[in-house]
Design a protein around this ligand. Structure first.
Ligand code: NAD
Ligand code: LMR
Length: 351
């Protein structure tokens, strides 16, 4: 046994006696999930509990928020979590009180909100769901742990995130995110199928803008097998039309086919976003997540939650990838999505 090994498994008490401690565990991370009895959460919670999001050696405290009428259903989910006997789960709290749910939270995963039905756009949900994020933003600022990060899934997620941010007085704006990882995976999967390669060959895929029908999956900067997409897929017309439209409309296509909005794939993307934001990004690559714009990059307007190419650094901070070429075609698409985000912002902030 080496000294390092010994130090990892023993500590010296005040009397200088070696005390064996069975296992040196990391301090638990508190993860709050809202809408915890809903469809996405049913795919998400068990994977978080299994260590797929924060790591196989990272204990978690799960705080689960629901509206009062769904507390009984939530109890059923809690029973199932208990019945998995997950070694990493240190505590489960189920509540309808945001102050309890967000107490000491390190990660707030805001899933709880109404999904759209066929024929609706996601922004049609703003008047129903937007108000949820006023109260939750306040409750997070008042109760969460210092450095807490907030990740919004509930739609329309970019603007709901902006609402939470505006109500979370005192919290750093850079700690707020909304989900476009699912769109990135959808785009990668479409490109891989068209090129006849495995999806892992597709890298550097940016979703720009809003998680909506205006989002822009940027094929001009993406790569397949390390080469520009346009060198591998010669059908540029397909890239400019069907590809973009398929990604933009994928959520609606799933609702049409399933009668319910995406849930397992959304949970997977949510889990992977947090993993991407907590793990250094592979050299040369990036991932998509919507974050607060400062108005200095790519001509994006300041003060919106906009999806951009993002890298997580070795010290745990994140950076927007800078210097990507934006051609005229891309410029028009990015501007259209930002315009929509500005309109949504005006609707909720009364500008
Ligand atoms: P769902 O209806 O199955 O579950 C939502 C849950 O949220 C319900 O149990 C409901 O009781 C709960 N809830 C509602 N208001 C709440 C509140 N104030 N506090 C706590 N809980 C609350 O819906 P779902 O399929 O899980 O989808 C949830 C949201 O995620 C929807 O808005 C959907 O459109 C969105 N979504 C986003 C993406 C994305 O890529 N960003 C992908 C898929 C779904
Ligand atoms: C999705 O993209 O699948 C979700 O945002 C659900 C929806 O309303 O499309």
């Amino acid at each position: 046994m080496t000294l390092a090994h010994l130090c990892a498994h023993f500590r010296i008490d005040s009397a200088g006696i070696w005390l064996k401690i069975s296992r040196v565990m990391k301090k638990p991370v508190t993860v709050t999930v809202t809408g915890a009895a809903g469809n996405i959460s049913y795919s998400l919670l068990f994977r978080i509990a299994a260590g797929e999001m924060l790591g196989a050696d990272q204990p978690v405290i799960l705080k689960l928020l629901e509206i009062t009428p769904c507390l009984e259903k939530l109890q059923g989910v809690v029973m199932e979590l208990e019945d998995c006997a997950f070694p990493l789960v240190k505590e489960i709290v189920a509540t309808d009180d945001p102050a309890v749910a967000f107490k000491d939270a390190d990660w707030c995963m805001l899933v709880g909100s109404v999904p759209r039905k066929a024929g609706m756009e996601r922004k049609d949900l703003l008047s129903i769901n937007g108000k949820v994020f006023v109260g939750q933003g306040k409750a997070i600022a008042e109760n969460a742990a210092p450095g807490c990060r907030v990740f919004v899934v509930g739609n329309p997620c970019n603007t709901n995130c902006l609402i939470a941010l505006h109500n979370a007085t005192g919290m750093p704006k850079e700690n707020f995110f909304a989900m476009t990882q699912l769109d990135e995976y959808r785009a990668k999967s479409q490109l891989a199928a068209k090129a006849g390669v495995h999806v892992t060959e597709v890298t550097n895929m940016t979703i720009w803008g809003n998680h909506s029908a205006t989002q822009y999956p940027d094929f001009t900067n993406a790569k397949i097998g390390g080469k520009p997409v346009t060198e591998v897929i010669s059908d540029i017309e397909w890239l400019k039309t069907d590809f973009i439209k398929t990604v933009q409309q994928r959520g609606a296509a799933i609702i049409q086919a399933r009668g319910l909005s995406s849930a397992a794939s959304a949970a997977n993307a949510a889990l992977m976003t947090v993993k991407n934001l907590t793990t250094p990004t592979a050299e040369g690559d990036w991932f998509s997540v919507a974050s607060f714009t400062d108005g200095t990059k790519y001509g994006l307007p300041a003060g919106i939650i906009c999806s951009q190419p993002t890298r997580t650094n070795a010290d745990g901070t994140y950076s927007i990838v800078e210097g990507l070429p934006i051609d005229e075609f891309s410029r028009a698409k990015i501007d259209a999505s930002c315009k929509e985000l500005l309109e949504e912002r005006a609707e909720v902030l009364g500008e």
